[in-house]
Design a protein around this ligand. Structure first.
Ligand code: XMP
Length: 420
């Protein structure tokens, strides 16, 4: 038997190449499906400690997009989609914006901060006498810093409403139809191993009934991509990576995995063979710890990344806040963990029973504060990384180069030899 080699994020580095522009001019716009393009190439995972309406609203306002999890009844999930679609796409709940030309004393009565703009860019702020909490001031500051780049805009549909996706099982046509009716912009299959005879024939039937974009996953091999696209031609995006997530235990309990970076490379190879690379976006899912992994996935061929771990610790995530000593944490769990599977059966007794094997764990992640903090780190980090990759936009980054580093090299690129 031939043993093949799979590589993962820590095995490679981005080869620095001549940057065509200064990183501040790098544009991160990217497609997440054939028909939807967003400003910051990041999706939040459909997990019950990560993406419900609050996080989906905030991440779309900040240029990314959320995928609402399916660990709830069909009507609850449809209601969440409607809440996102009816939310204001701007930051009016945090501050008002006024052009310098329209500045009038009467506005200074406002009890909300007032951001003064010139040519639509923030140039100053009026903070009302009523004192704002330091946390709110920090949040407003971070939002403004992102908006001021001119690159971050809300992710919107053609009617100016926030963009949102929803997770489905390929076996649940009723749910898919309800979510499409509720206004979901795209659906994402939420299966640990979609490359399965029954799941594929179910997906084929479902796709015939649905007209919005469908992202298929999770998959990790070239064969899976070729097989899926030969059976369900209308697939509009690929969600790739098996068992690289921080809460995944599939690789241990089932002994099966395709690390996210390898899954991206495999999907790219299949799409290139079909002449579809660049037309069907690859979404790298699992194991993204920061902009470094996201950039490596993009250079390998991904259009965007999906993460649960990055967002579970934020205020907007529906996870529980826990204090241990003087430190704050939030709960985070795999969707195939015992607790999440129990909730799924209770929430939707009509759903097809999933396997009984636990393939995920439950734990705590450090509390992060507002989502905008994480999105800022990702946005500015990705701009810098793409600069190193020699790219001024995502599609150019696909011409970038990854180099394999030795284990000693991998050790050396982390901070080292310090006393503390
Ligand atoms: P991160 O690294 O962001 O990964 O925590 C999130 C991704 O992990 C997948 N996921 C699971 N995989 N067992 C698994 O093997 C699970 O219980 C589980 N729950 C989520 C999923 O693809 C998610 O986006």
């Amino acid at each position: 038997m031939r043993i093949i080699e799979y590589i993962t994020f820590d095995d490679v580095v981005i080869v620095p190449r001549k940057a065509p522009v200064d990183p501040q001019y790098v544009v991160l716009e990217s497609n997440i499906t054939r028909n939807h393009r967003i400003r910051v190439p990041i999706l939040s995972s459909p997990m019950d400690t990560v993406t419900e309406q609050d996080l989906a609203i905030e991440i779309a306002r900040l240029g990314g997009v959320g995928v609402i999890h399916r660990n709830m009844s069909i009507s609850e999930q449809a209601n969440m989609i409607q809440s996102v679609k009816s939310a204001s796409p701007d930051f009016k709940h945090l501050f008002d914006t006024i052009s310098i030309n329209e500045l009038d004393k009467s506005y200074l009565q406002s009890d909300k901060p007032l951001i003064i703009t010139s040519n639509s860019s923030p140039i100053g702020a009026y903070i009302p006498a009523k004192s704002l909490s330091p946390a709110l001031v920090e949040k407003i500051d971070l939002v403004l810093r992102l908006l001021r780049t001119g690159h971050v805009k809300p992710s919107l549909d053609n009617n100016g409403r926030l963009l949102v996706g929803a997770a489905i099982s390929p076996f649940d046509i009723r749910r898919a139809e309800a979510l499409e009716k509720a206004g979901a912009d795209f659906l994402v299959t939420d299966v640990a191993h979609l490359h399965n005879v029954e799941a594929l024939s179910a997906l084929k039937k479902l796709a015939e009934k649905i007209s919005i974009d469908i992202v298929a996953g999770n998959i990790g091999t070239k064969e899976a991509v070729l097989d899926i696209l030969s059976k369900v031609e209308s697939i509009s995006g690929l969600r790739v990576g098996i068992s690289s997530g921080s809460i995944c235990s599939t690789g241990v309990v089932a002994g099966a995995s395709v690390p996210t970076l390898t899954a991206v490379m495999n999907a790219r190879e299949a799409l290139e063979e079909l002449g579809l690379f660049g037309r069907i976006p690859i979404i790298a899912d699992g194991g993204i710890r920061g902009p470094g992994e996201a950039a490596k996935a993009i250079v390998a061929g991904a259009s965007a990344v999906m993460s649960g771990r990055l967002f579970a610790g934020t205020d907007e995530a529906p996870s529980l806040l826990v204090r241990i000593g003087d430190k704050l944490y939030k709960t985070y769990r795999g969707m195939a963990s015992a607790g999440a599977m129990k909730r799924r059966h209770a929430a939707d007794r009509y759903s097809r029973p999933s396997k009984q094997l636990e393939e995920g764990v439950e734990g705590l992640v450090p509390y992060e504060g507002p989502l905008v903090k994480v999105m800022s780190r990702m946005f500015f980090g990705l701009q810098a990384s793409l600069g190193y990759a020699g790219a001024s936009r995502i599609e150019e980054a696909w011409n970038g180069v990854l180099a394999r580093v030795s284990s000693l090299g991998a050790k050396e690129i982390n901070p080292h030899d310090l006393v503390k």
